[in-house]
Ligand binder design. Sequence first.
Ligand code: GLY
Length: 316
Amino acid sequence: MQYEAVVAGSHNAEIGLPAAWEILSRGGRAVDAVEAAIRLVEDNEADHSVGYAGYPNLLGDVQLDAAIMDGANRRVGAVGALEGYRHPISVAKAVMERLPHNLLVGAGAARFADEIGMHSEDLLTDETRRIWKDGIDGRLPGKLELFRGPLAQLTALAADPEHVKGTVNVVARDKNGDLAAGVSTSGWAWKHPGRVGDSPVVGAGIYADNRYGAAGCTGLGEISIRGGLVRDLISRLAAGVPLREAGDQAISDLLPIALEFPQTAVMNMVAITREGEVASLTTSSELAWVSMREGDDAPVRALSIPVRWPGVEVGR
Ligand code: GLY
């Protein structure tokens, strides 16, 4: 039996969807299509929330998180706080395919990337270095170089300029009916060194299971980790709740946690069911998402379904 293929992602995945669709339309695997789309976003110098030219941490180091999950067998690969490699999604996929592990972090992840032949480079650009310096120094009484206190004090000052729109996620179903999800991010800008968000945390930022659906989320990872957001969505799908209601219920359930971050809390999700229905939900005031399926010459943009978090400031 042949299934209708479809790929969908967060608004910034638009640049990568045609490559994913090319793979799906010739019968390729969903997991390969997801990787192909995300690699192009990781290359996109204009996107400061993912890969090359992503915003760095407090110390000016770009640390990347990513994960990919194959719904056919629930195999997953993930990396956290990876430095010096612009394609964490491919390192994550290699973790899934080559290692008896799920998640590598920091120096171990970089060593693995080197061993599988990935090219290492400085991911900070002149532009992101300048924005980082302005962002950090602009909030400090003195220069960052002169600051001698604990970094934790600075973490409290840090305001992520991309907190609503950062991170990329992509979900797909291939002609075999297999689902996949992938997420890649440079994380919360000006984060504490070593901070890992929800993107590589299976069940929080990503999940894929052919029996029910697949999803990825973007937004404040500290919230989705505590709520196990994407696994919660999948459990609701497994219980027979329709996609849009399941997404609304899973995100709404996070409200008590979100209220701890009344100015910065935001959550966005892109999801697909085993039947190939796709949807996106957001707590921000307006956010686009993109999809491609048979008959589309280019990615189709649509607005995400709003989910209300009363008491939380709504970001754009
Ligand atoms: N959702 C991406 C992050 O919090 O790092």
